[in-house]
Design a protein around this ligand. Structure first.
Ligand code: BEZ
Length: 245
């Protein structure tokens, strides 16, 4: 019985719609109080199995390369692995000094990397999945919104490097849903048509099917409308500050 309880505690996982579990941690950028320090911003909290491993290195370089792009979408990055602070520092220095990947080199990781040798944070976030590894975190990606709510979660196994186009696409799609009260269909990207909320009454269903405006209805329950790409990006992406004399 005790064993089952122990295992259940290890695999307890936050869910979409939950408040992001709180923690304080030491990182390569100093102490953080999560998610409080990030209130008002989106955060991608992601875990990786270990420092000084090749897939993780390729991912860290890619995240660091894209950090500014995420920042323009009001999104901060926070990484985690079950390693100590000095290992993290040594690894990030090695990445900057020695590693070249996909045309990227001299990459400085400026976002915080959490030391989690106690697995305190990894356990709270269900990042330890014992069927995959008892001692290394899987590749988890938690999207946390400006109110501290978990909005999406993606998990990858140890051997599979993440797709960063998809991570960015998901972030922009969720922000678009929030800003314009729409849903986004399969493979949506800014500029593509969006889905409007399902008809909630027979009258609305009829209106939708006979509407002459910009709605395009495949059937009463599946209606899309255009949403201009510039409108989406103008709303979501931070403008560069104009230099004033
Ligand atoms: C890697 O990042 O290369 C890796 C880490 C753990 C297991 C397999 C691959």
């Amino acid at each position: 019985m005790e064993n089952i309880l122990e295992k259940e505690q290890v695999i307890s996982m936050p869910r979409i719609g939950d408040n992001a579990p709180e923690f304080k941690a030491v990182t390569t950028q100093g102490q953080i109080n999560f998610p409080k320090d990030f209130a008002g911003e989106w955060v991608i909290l992601f875990s990786h199995p270990a420092d000084f491993t090749p897939v993780c290195t390729s991912e860290f370089m890619t995240f660091a390369h894209l950090e500014e792009k995420f920042a323009k979408a009001n999104c901060k990055l926070v990484g985690l692995s079950i390693d100590g602070l000095y290992s993290h520092i040594a690894w990030l220095r090695t990445i900057k000094e020695k590693i070249e990947f996909n045309g990227m080199k001299n990459i400085e990781v400026k976002f915080p990397l959490i030391e989690d040798i106690t697995m305190n944070v990894a356990k709270k976030y269900g990042m330890i999945q014992p069927g995959e590894s008892e001692t290394q975190a899987v590749r988890a990606v938690f999207f946390i919104d400006p109110k501290g709510k978990i909005r999406a979660i993606i998990y990858y196994p140890l051997s599979l490097g993440r797709n960063f186009d998809e991570i960015y696409r998901a972030l922009i799609a969720m922000q678009t849903s929030d800003e314009f009260s729409v849903a986004t269909p399969a493979d949506w990207n800014p500029g593509d048509d969006v889905i409007i909320s399902p008809a909630g009454s027979c009258g609305v269903a009829e209106e939708r099917m006979t509407s002459k405006d910009e709605l395009k209805c495949e059937d009463w329950f599946f209606c899309t409308k255009p949403l201009n790409k510039d409108m989406v990006l103008d709303k979501i992406l931070k403008k560069p500050k104009l230099l004033t004399k």
